[in-house]
Ligand binder design. Structure first.
Ligand code: PMP
Length: 394
């Protein structure tokens, strides 16, 4: 059988492959990207599910509309209007099967084979994978500690008129944990407003902030081609697969709606109603505070351990929220080689390679801190530190 070029050219998820090796009981894993299961509001959801069956009856089990459950879209609109002072209506929102589906659909709607997408370097692997299905040309723009490198962004846009969209994760980025500064956001806006491109701000982690002030979106409320993606995966439950796309661009939204009809007709209505009723009856702010307290303690434990056990030349990001840290090793060291040594010592992480569109044997790696206790984090980092000292001494 001959398979399509697009599937042959789409990489299978490196992380999922790593997770298979890293999931054995005796491995300390910083490789996953999963929310901590103790953050799931299981008791409240159980009650909500029982009540919802009583209240909504067959509606929970029937086909539903493509755009999504109206009360849920109203809740999301209110959340934006209250927190960011931008005017979003339920009509501007499409509920998607996780924000992952929105990534794939946007690419389907905008990209003809070979057309350009600007991505962050390093960037979210799942987005690179979703976009690959439409066979685009990737234009990576490097991330700095402040956000996107604006000079390179400008140059890339000027040199490549077939670029259709820019994909960003401005809050607690996956994989680096970096948050774009206010100034960087403003500078990006000043550049992007002059080009006919869509700006995507994918924001599954924005609510998971434990330090500093919430920052405004780059394009929402002022760029015609602004798209925000959101998700309940990291703040309620990923298993329900409820994400959403917000845009004021009606034409774009209509096309995505058509893509969604073709893909899965609509997002699981049982999940949508249950999430909505859960949100209506519980205080999300209090729930999120529990998650951020937990993650902050884990992130601090990881930072303290790295200060203590890593060679001083190793650099790492210090996020104010989210789930990841990004480590940069000495020039010339390969994180992939380190990964194999670390697995022998029963510690796992994700080597940086899959987060780049065209680099190999990089000296960077991603650490997730949300799934181990502070004690286990210290032990894992200690083991990694020992290996790092061994390879650095060579
Ligand atoms: N975007 C980013 C940056 C992510 O890290 C993830 C999940 N790891 C997603 C989108 C997809 O999230 P979901 O489909 O669960 O909403």
């Amino acid at each position: 059988m001959k398979y399509s070029d697009k599937i042959i050219n789409t990489p299978s998820s490196f992380i999922r492959n790593i997770l298979k090796v890293a999931s054995s009981e005796d491995v300390i894993s910083f490789a996953g990207g999963l929310p901590n299961p103790i953050s799931f509001p299981i008791v409240e959801l159980q009650k909500t599910i029982n009540d919802a069956i009583e209240e909504h009856g067959p509606k929970l089990f029937q086909y539903s509309t493509t755009e999504g459950y109206l009360p849920l879209r109203q809740y999301i609109a209110n959340k934006y209007n209250n927190n960011f002072g931008i005017s979003i209506e339920p009509e501007d929102i499409l509920i998607t099967t996780g924000s992952q589906q929105a990534l794939e659909m946007i690419s389907q709607v905008l990209i003809n084979k070979g057309e350009g997408i600007i991505v962050e370097e390093p960037g979210y692997l799942g987005a690179l994978q979703a976009f690959s299905l439409t066979e685009p040309t990737f234009y990576p723009v490097p991330l700095t500690e402040e956000g996107l490198n604006v000079e390179q962004l400008t140059q890339t846009l000027l040199e490549n008129p077939h670029i259709k969209f820019i994909y960003t994760v401005p809050n607690f980025q996956n994989p680096t944990g970096i948050t774009y500064t206010r100034e960087n956001r403003e500078a990006i806006y000043e550049v992007v407003k002059n080009f006919d491109v869509v700006l995507i701000e994918d924001d599954p982690y924005g609510d998971l902030r434990w330090r500093g002030e919430k920052l405004p979106y780059i394009g929402a409320g002022r760029l015609e081609n602004s798209v925000i993606l959101g998700s309940f995966s990291k703040i309620v439950t990923p298993g329900f697969r409820i994400g959403y796309l917000v845009t004021k661009n009606k034409e774009l939204l209509n096309h995505v709606n058509t893509a969604k009809q073709a893909t899965d007709l609509h997002t699981n209505i049982f999940s949508q109603i249950v999430i909505h009723d859960y949100l209506a009856k519980n205080d999300l702010v209090t729930h999120i505070a529990k998650i951020t307290d937990l993650y902050q303690a884990q992130a601090s434990a990881m930072q303290e351990a790295m200060d203590k056990y890593f060679p001083p030349t190793v650099k790492y990001t210090k996020p104010d929220g989210g789930m990841f840290m990004w480590v940069t090793l000495d020039e010339g060291l390969s994180a992939l080689e380190l990964f194999h040594k670390a697995m022998d010592a029963k510690v796992a992480f994700v080597p940086g390679d899959p987060f780049y569109t065209c680099k190999e044997n990089v000296n960077t790696l991603r650490l997730n801190y949300t799934n181990s206790s502070p004690e286990v984090i210290e032990e894992g980092i200690k083991r990694l530190g020992k290996i790092l000292y061994e390879v650095t001494a060579k």
